[in-house]
Design a protein around this ligand. Sequence first.
Ligand code: SAH
Length: 349
Amino acid sequence: MGSPERPGAEGFRPRSPAVGAGGWTEDRVAEALASAGAEAERLRAAADAARAEAKGDRVLLRGLVEFSNFCSNHCLYCGIRARDAAGGTCPGPGVRRYRMTEDEISAAAREIRSEGSCDTVVLQSGVDAYWTEERIARLVRRVREETGLVVTLSVGTREKRTLAAWREAGAERFLLRFETSDAELFARIHPDETLERRAACLRDLRECGYEVGSGFMFGLPGWSFRSVARDLLFTRELELDMIGCGPFIAAPGTPMADERDGATPDLVCNVVALLRLMNPRANIPAATALDSLEEGLRDRALRCGANVFMPNFTPRAYRDAYNLYPKKTSVDDAGMRSVRERVEKSRTA
Ligand code: SAH
C-alpha cells in the first residue's frame, strides 16, 4: 500500500503494518527503539507519564500459579517443551514433570485470596492433554466459588468451543502471546502451530467475551529494530487489553540453547516504553523474564510504562520445575511486602 503518513490521519486504521494510527510508522518505532542516552530517558519519561495518566499509580498484582509443566508442544526456545528428534533434554537434568492436583491449585488460589493484594489468579501450564475442557471448566468453577478471584487462563491455543465453555465456567481473561508477528519465523520456532492459527485463537477469545492478553518475545536470533517495531505495531492491530512482552533467554536442553540472549536491559526499557505510548490504556506487566536478564529490571519497567506485577504463588516444591528459561526468579507470597514497598518507591522516586 505504502501510503505516506499524513497529518490529521489519526483514527485511520490501515491494513498495512507500515503505517499505524497516531502516526506510528515502522521507521519511527524502529528509530525510537534504538534510542539511547538522553533521548531514551525522554522516551521512558513520556511513557511513565502516559502510564500515570491512563492507569494511575496503583500497580495491579496478579497471582501466578504454574499448575503443570507437561507439554506436548515443541516450541524451540522453551525449557518445558516436549522432547523430540530436534534435540533436547527438556525439562532439564534432574527436573521432573509435575501436574498439580485440583486441590493443590485451589489451595494456591485460596492463598492468593487470603494474602489480599491480588484480585486475579493466573493459571498457567504447558499444553497438557490431561487438562481437558471439562477438567479446566471444573477447576475454574471451583476457584471462582472458593475465592471470588478473577480467573485468567494461559494454557495455549485451544478450540473456540473449549474457550467458550471456560468463559461460561467463569474465566474472564486469557493470555496467549503471539510471540512474533513474522509468520515464517513463527512457523520455524513453533513446529506445532502457525501464526494464522494463533491469531484466529486471539479473535475467538475476543468473540467469546474474554479480556485478551498477548505479546511477544524480543531479541530472538536474527532480530532487528525493524522486526521489533513490526511486533509492536502488531500489538496495536490486535487491540489488546493486556500486553506482556519479554526478552528471549536461551534455555538449556532446547534446540536454541546455544543462541545468544539478544536483548539488553536498555532495549527492554525502550520496548516497554513504546508499548505504553502505542497502547496507552492497556495493562502492561513487568514480565518475569526481565529479572532473568538483569536483577531489578522489573522495577525499572514499572518506571517506564508497565503497571502490572505478577508474584508467583506456585508451591515451592514445583516452582523450579517450571523452568521455561534459566534464572527464572520469582517473587512469592513471602516477598509480597517487599514487592509492594519496592513498587511504591518506584512510583514516588
Ligand atoms: N503454554 C502456554 C504458556 C506458555 S509459557 C502458552 O503456550 O501460551 C509463557 C511464555 O513464556 C511464552 O508465551 C513465551 O513467550 C515465554 N517463554 C518461553 N520460553 C522462553 C524463553 N526461553 N525465553 C523467554 N521467554 C520464554
